[in-house]
Each structure stands twice: as structure tokens, then as C-alpha cells.
Design a protein around this ligand. Structure first.
Ligand code: MTE
Ligand code: LUZ
Ligand code: MOS
Length: 773
């Protein structure tokens, strides 16, 4: 077998040797020019004038372009088309690109672009910066969404029934919560290299999760047909959602400049500019009321979620949809009303980030259950467990999908035992009783994450497999490689189908001229979709080879076996390459396309009901922290993770994904804080000096990561499960362990008002609040 085994990333050797080619490593063509963006120094207002001639006259400058120089449409919006490439009058956020400087060198372009403030005349207005402010003004980037369900009275007025259920419950909890945003911080920043080709066509090398979207945007901006725009990406140095739609602006600017000047143009953003121009994970503000019984069962819940969408829609609609559809996490909510508002603010347009609203939806219910447990004086794990979805009843989500693959009970039971949760909880209580300054905390958090794009038609993929006459195999598919190991998995699938060794199969750059009309590599579906499409292509070739083998050597085509680089036919064994050579002479087609679309999905966008997800991935983590209650500093002492990747295609890669997502999500919930200046609207945390992502040193000294044994119930690629995003929810356990330690200050009698990110300042504030009670 070539699948189900751990093997290194297909480019691992190139990565460590520094030989893997990223966009900026592509040898530059003669005549290449460099571009930098002139950014608005104001967050809201109207552009009155630009004195770009001053910049044009500077040495080394070749051109300075503005919105008027775009031959086609000035739009790089995905889904909703409300996103200008360059400002055309309305100033929407501080950092908005207004003009593009094209110069002989990158340094000159950047230095000249940095003079934006001197050449722009802007009539400034006060910015709207927070989701609360946008909500108060009723300004949204997409219409509000409402997801309601009443189990007791499905045909009644759900809103009224939910409120009545809350009012009638033995206990009620009403509160607000804030959870911050997060910068993707891909190591390779946004970059595009556009090369004009004959007849006005364009070739763009772009670091993007979505080459087809880049092709569309560039073709619209240049007023070309899609067949005249060629977009290519061999790999990204990380995307994390930040290159799903937002690579578009840079692809468009580079292409517009290249078309205008008839020269290759490269646009590589500086890190600070990347922070100021592009969006990130949406911060959320919540206002909720729930009713619960004496055991902590949620009887009714109503929640309003408001996100900071930024100045345009981008993916904020689907992000909010996923947030609404993950408020349940792993829990049965009989009576529920969830309202989602995507607040329009004068900030960067927020976008996809690993989890895509799912983490923001689920953390709200986790915070609620944690508080309910503290109010009742119960172990939060017991309160979580009593609310879990059932197996055959209590198993319908608020959006009407039936949870048929629930493994949360087994998975959490196994982790509770393997992590020694109970004994450690007791030991921590004893430790805290004798430790006045240092307090420990522990928490177990489970997750359930829906797999599929919540826009049904995105769930399709194509692939192209070539078998060359020497027996070597090339695979190309619609997915993109961003470090997650997609090419490795797809090559494993192809090697498995053809019975050849992994080394015989090579994956090449994602390329819009090879596979057309692809979806973004996103929603964790890369291997699910492209693995199936590549399997389809490989199976067609194998069937033709089997027929050829039977025709030449006798026996039935159905009995021909492909394994270990050999083919068994009618009692004979021949090398795979030998059979391929024979098939070539017999004029057999040795390459094939393949296609896949996920079965069984349905979605009603108006009622927010249907089956948006093919299946669910599950997981759970236990984290233990120690908090210094005098400084707010803390440390993760130990984390135990049990994560469901189905029948993993490659356990080593999947464990890497789980570990990476855990640490990345821990950064979101603890150290990564975004601060916009309340008057100017400038993002003040726009560099690693002020924006703190976790490092290798933040990995816990004890880090037990295991994959749950068990196949996908659905017929996914080799019964594996998507693994890219779901584990980002595992570090909820870190946040709630910190909350547990803080509440120990008050003898666990008080709910700590802890916001996320739980920075040391936030922890200290929560400790102070607990002490004041
Ligand atoms: N892993 C690495 N190393 N780099 C990345 O950029 N992106 C994540 C996840 N894991 C990412 C990653 C996100 S946001 C998604 S949606 C998935 O990978 C996308 O790839 P997949 O669908 O092939 O899992
Ligand atoms: N839905 C989703 C989407 O669930 N995940 C995504 O990444 C996505 N991207 C675009 C549109 N819908
Ligand atoms: Mo991932 S946020 O779906 O790119």
C-alpha cells in the first residue's frame, strides 16, 4: 500500500536545502520591473486629489498607475464584487492601496510609494472600527443571517419558543464575550510576478490558494478572456486562508502594470504592508442568553454574533455561515436562535483563516458551558459531556443536518483516560490549595467540525495524470500546495492506484492551463476532492493498461494486479514500465483526466438548512497550564491530543497538521493581539515586533499527539478525513485551562471575565476582577 503510511513531504528535502522554488526564487526575466503600493494614510474619507507626477519624476521610476489605468473592471472581490483594486475615490481603510509605483528596483519602488502621504489629498471622516460600532450603526457587508430551530415546536414561531424555553429554564446566564482576530503570518508574503505574453495574453506566477479565482480577476481587470490568462503556483510558503481571495489584488496590480508597460512586473509585499493591506481572521463580539438545568443541560440558547468584516464583503458571508453552523460544536441544542451580523468597518477586509468562522462559532458555546459548570460547581467536562450529541437521538444540528457519524463519546472517553484527566484535576486542586501565587488549571475541550465548502458548488475537483512511456508518472490537480502536504497525499493516491512506488510519481505546479475551473484549496477539502479526482484519472489509466495486458498475455483484464512496480497478468509478472512500453506500442492512451464532486450536499441559503457537510471530523485536547497571578504570565505545561483523521492517508503529515494547528490556534487565543488606533484607525500591531505569534519554544514540554483509530463513515478518499482546519479548535483547551487557573484565585466560585486573546494583561485584568468579587 502507498496510502495509510507515513512518509515525508514530497518537497521536504528541497525545503530544508533551501532549493524549493517560491515565486521570488523564479529567475527574473530580462527587463523585469518592480512594483510597490502607495497606501492611504487615512481610514475613512474621500480622495480629493493625487499629485502623482511628482513621483513619476523621481529617478528610477518607470510609471505610477492609479485606478484609471485599469483597462477592465477595478474589482478584485470574490463572491461579492465590492472590492476595488486601487482606490477610486472612496477611502475605506488606512492601508488601502491608492496607486502603484513601478520602478527599476524594488527599493526605489518602495521608497517612492512610501511618499503617499505627501501626494494624496484626502477629506477625512471618523472611522468605524469595531463590530459593536458597526452593529449600532446597522452597517453590514452582507445581509444579517438568522439560524433558528425549535425541537419542541418545529412549526411554531421559533424565536418565541426559544425565548420561552430560556425564560422557563431553572437557571439563566446572560453575558457578552469578545474574541480577537488573527493574522495569517504566512512566512512567504503576498507576491505576484506577471509576464506579458504574445497577443496581449498574460502569465501570472502567484502565491495563491486559488489560481482559478486569480485567472478570473486578472482577466476582468485586463478585459481579457479566461483563456488568455495563465496562472501558475508551484507552492506557497503558507496560506492559512490569507491567499484564498486576497492574493487577487496583487495579481491584478502586477498584471495591469505588466500589460501597460509590456514588461514583466513583480509585486512582492513588505511584511508591514502585508499587515496593512490584507485582512485576516474576523474578530467576533457576542451577546447571549442561555437557560440550563441543574445538571448543566442547555435548554435554550439565543446568541447574536457580530464580526469585524472590514471594508468589503470578501468571504465574510460564508465565514459567518460557518460560525453559525459551528455554534453547536459537539452539543445538542434543542431550542436555539443564532443571529449573525458581518459588521462593515474601516479596516482591512477580513477573510479566510484556518477554521473559517468555525472556531469563532464554537468557542462561544464552549465559553458558555465553562461558565455554566462553574456556576453549578461541576467539572466542566461533565457539563460538556451531558450536552453531547446523542447517537440515535438528540442528533440533529440547528441547520437540520443529522449527525450520523458521532464518535465524540468514545474519543473523549479515550482521551480522558490516556491523559489521566481526573487524577490530574485532583492533583491541581491540591497544588492550588498550597500555592498562593502560582495557580494551575486544566481543561478538556472537544471539537466537531463540518467538512465541505458551505457553498455546495465549490465541492468539485479535477486532475490530470500522465503516464510517460518510460513508466514514470506525473500528476497535476486543481489543489495548491501550501506546506500542508497535499501533493504528497495526491501522489500517494496515484501511486497506490497504479501499484508503483511513490518515487515514480511527481506532482507539478498548479496551473490553470492544465486543470480548469478549480475551487480554492480551502475548507480542508484539498485531499478529499483532489485525491478523489486523481484516483479517478489513475483508475482509468489502470483499466486501459489492464485491458492491454490481458489482450497481450491472456486472462481477464479484471484479474490483472498492479503492485510493487509490477503487474501480474495470467500467471506472469512483468515490470510496470514494461507493460507501459507495450501499451504505448499498442497505441493505448496513457494519460487521463479525472473528476470528482462531493455527493449528497444540499443547502438553502435563505433558511440556512440542509446538509452543508459531507461528514464531521472530531477531536479533543487536554491542556494544563500554570499562571503567575502577580504578572499574568503563564506556561503550557502539557497537552494531550486525540484527533480524528479517519483512516489517515499519511499519519506523519496529519500529526504535523494537528500540532501546527494546535500551536497556531493557541497563538490566536493567547498572545496574538491586534490593536487599531482608536482615532486614526491605523493597525498599530503590523510587524513581528508588536504582533506575537508562537515560536518553537512555546510548544509544551509534554506534547502527546495521537490520531484516533477509525475510518470515515462516508466513502471519502480511502476513508480518510480532512485534517487542515479542525485541529485549530483543539487549543480551546489552553484558553479554558487559563480560565480554570484564574478562577482558582477565587476558589472557583467566580467566572473569570477573560477575553481572548488571553494576553498577560487580559489575564491580570481577569484576576483582578475575580479578586474584587
Ligand atoms: N498547513 C500549512 N503547512 N500551511 C498552510 O497554509 N493552511 C491550512 C491547512 N494547513 C495551511 C496548512 C488551511 S487554512 C487549510 S483550509 C488547509 O490546510 C488547506 O489544505 P488541505 O485542504 O489540503 O488540507
Ligand atoms: N466555505 C467554507 C467557503 O466552508 N470554507 C471556505 O474556505 C470557503 N471559501 C469560500 C467560500 N465558502
Ligand atoms: Mo482555509 S481558511 O479554508 O484556507
Amino acid at each position: 500500500a502507498r496510502v495509510g503510511i507515513s512518509r515525508p513531504h514530497e518537497s521536504a528535502a528541497l525545503h530544508v536545502a533551501g532549493e524549493a522554488t517560491y515565486i521570488d526564487d523564479i529567475p527574473e526575466l530580462r527587463g523585469t520591473l518592480h512594483c510597490a503600493l502607495g497606501l492611504s494614510p487615512v481610514a475613512n474619507g474621500r480622495l480629493q486629489g493625487m499629485d502623482l507626477d511628482v513621483l513619476r519624476a523621481m529617478p528610477g521610476v518607470v510609471a505610477v498607475l492609479s485606478a484609471e489605468d485599469i483597462p477592465g473592471s477595478n474589482d478584485c472581490g470574490s463572491i461579492v464584487h465590492d472590492d476595488p483594486i486601487l482606490c477610486s475615490g472612496e477611502i475605506r481603510y488606512l492601508g488601502q492601496p491608492v496607486f502603484a509605483v513601478i520602478a527599476q528596483t524594488r527599493e526605489v519602488a518602495r521608497r517612492v510609494a512610501a511618499r503617499a502621504k505627501e501626494v494624496l489629498t484626502i477629506e477625512a471622516a471618523p472611522p468605524v472600527l469595531t463590530p459593536q460600532d458597526a452593529h449600532a450603526k446597522g452597517q453590514y457587508v452582507v445581509p444579517p443571517m438568522h439560524l433558528l430551530r425549535s425541537a419542541s415546536d418545529p412549526d411554531g414561531d421559533e424565536q418565541a419558543v426559544v425565548r420561552a424555553a430560556i425564560a422557563a429554564a431553572p437557571h439563566r446566564l446572560k453575558d457578552t464575550l469578545e474574541v480577537g482576530g488573527q493574522e495569517q503570518f504566512y512566512l512567504e508574503g503576498q507576491i505576484s510576478y506577471a509576464i506579458p505574453k504574445e497577443g496581449g495574453s498574460m502569465h501570472v506566477h502567484c502565491s495563491t490558494q486559488h489560481p482559478t479565482e486569480m485567472q478570473h480577476l486578472v482577466s476582468h481587470a485586463l478585459h481579457l478572456n479566461a483563456n488568455e490568462v495563465h496562472v501558475e503556483c508551484r507552492r506557497m510558503g503558507g496560506g492559512f486562508g490569507g491567499k484564498e481571495s486576497q492574493s487577487g489584488l496583487f495579481a491584478c496590480v502586477a498584471a495591469v502594470a505588466a500589460a501597460k508597460l509590456k514588461r514583466p512586473v513583480k509585486l512582492r509585499l513588505d511584511r508591514d504592508d502585508d499587515f496593512l493591506v490584507t485582512g485576516r481572521r474576523h474578530c467576533f463580539w457576542y451577546d447571549y442568553e442561555v437557560g440550563y438545568d441543574n445538571e448543566g443541560r442547555l435548554l435554550g440558547a439565543e446568541i447574536t454574533m457580530v464580526s469585524r468584516a472590514g471594508h468589503s464583503a470578501d468571504l465574510s458571508g460564508p465565514v459567518m455561515t460557518r460560525a453559525l453552523c459551528h455554534f453547536d460544536n459537539a452539543y445538542w441544542l434543542p431550542e436555539v436562535a443564532i443571529h449573525g451580523y458581518s459588521g462593515k468597518t474601516n479596516t482591512q477586509s477580513n477573510t479566510a483563516f484556518r477554521g473559517f468562522g468555525g472556531p469563532q462559532g464554537a468557542i462561544a458555546v464552549e465559553n458558555i458551558l465553562d461558565t455554566v459548570a462553574r456556576r453549578l460547581g461541576r467539572d466542566p467536562l461533565e457539563v460538556r459531556r451531558i450536552n453531547f450529541y446523542g447517537k440515535d437521538e438528540r442528533n440533529v444540528t440547528p441547520y437540520a443536518q443529522v449527525v450520523t457519524d458521532n464518535i465524540v463519546h468514545e474519543l473523549v472517553g479515550e482521551l480522558e483516560a490516556s491523559s489521566d484527566y481526573r487524577a490530574r484535576r485532583d492533583a491541581i486542586a491540591a497544588y492550588n490549595a498550597r500555592s498562593p501565587v502560582l495557580k494551575r488549571g486544566i481543561a478538556l475541550a472537544p471539537l466537531k467540525f463540518g467538512i465541505s465548502f458551505n457553498v455546495p458548488h465549490f465541492n468539485q475537483a479535477g486532475a490530470l495524470v500522465h503516464v510517460y512511456s518510460d513508466g514514470s508518472v506525473l500528476v497535476n490537480h486543481g489543489g495548491t500546495e501550501m506546506g500542508q502536504g497535499l501533493n504528497t497525499k495526491v501522489a500517494q493516491v496515484v501511486a497506490h492506484e497504479l501499484g508503483v512506488s511513490f518515487e515514480c510519481v511527481r506532482a507539478t505546479a498548479t496551473d490553470t492551463t492544465k486543470v480548469a475551473n478549480t475551487s480554492a484549496t480551502a475548507a480542508s477539502t484539498g485531499a478529499d476532492l483532489n485525491g478523489k479526482a486523481a484516483q479517478d484519472a489513475a483508475r482509468q489509466i489502470r483499466a486501459r493498461l489492464a485491458a492491454c495486458a490481458a489482450a497481450r498475455h491472456g486472462g481477464e483484464a479484471a484479474d490483472v494486479r498492479f503492485a510493487n512496480d509490477k503487474v501480474e497478468v495470467n500467471g506472469r509478472t512483468l515490470g510496470f514500465a514494461t507493460l507501459v512500453g507495450e501499451a504505448y506500442l499498442d497505441r493505448v492512451q496513457l494519460w487521463s483526466d479525472g473528476f470528482y464532486s462531493t455527493p449528497g450536499l444540499s443547502w438553502d441559503r435563505d433558511t440556512l438548512k440542509g446538509r452543508p457537510f459531507y461528514y464531521y471530523a472530531y477531536g479533543a485536547a487536554v491542556s494544563e497550564v500554570v499562571v503567575d497571578t502577580l504578572t499574568g504570565e503563564w506556561k503550557l505545561l502539557r497537552a494531550d491530543i486525540l484527533h480524528d483523521a479517519g483512516k489517515s492517508l499519511n499519519p506523519a503529515i496529519d500529526i504535523g497538521q494537528v500540532e501546527g494547528a494546535f500551536i497556531q490556534g493557541m497563538g490566536w487565543l493567547t498572545t496574538e493581539e491586534l490593536v487599531w488606533h482608536p482615532q486614526s484607525g491605523k493597525l498599530t500591531t503590523h510587524a513581528p515586533s508588536t504582533y506575537k505569534i508562537p515560536t518553537a519554544n512555546d510548544c509544551p514540554p509534554v506534547f502527546n499527539v495521537k490520531l484516533f483509530e477509525g475510518p470515515n463513515f462516508e466513502d471519502s478518499i480511502h476513508r480518510s478525513k480532512a485534517v487542515g482546519e479542525p485541529p485549530l479548535l483543539l487549543p480551546f483547551s489552553v484558553f479554558f485551562a487559563i480560565r480554570d487557573a484564574v478562577s482558582a484565585v477565587g476558589g472557583h466560585r467566580v467566572d473569570p471575565p477573560l477575553r481572548a486573546p488571553a494576553t498577560s494583561e487580559a489575564i491580570l485584568a481577569a484576576i483582578t476582577a475575580v479578586q474584587l468579587v
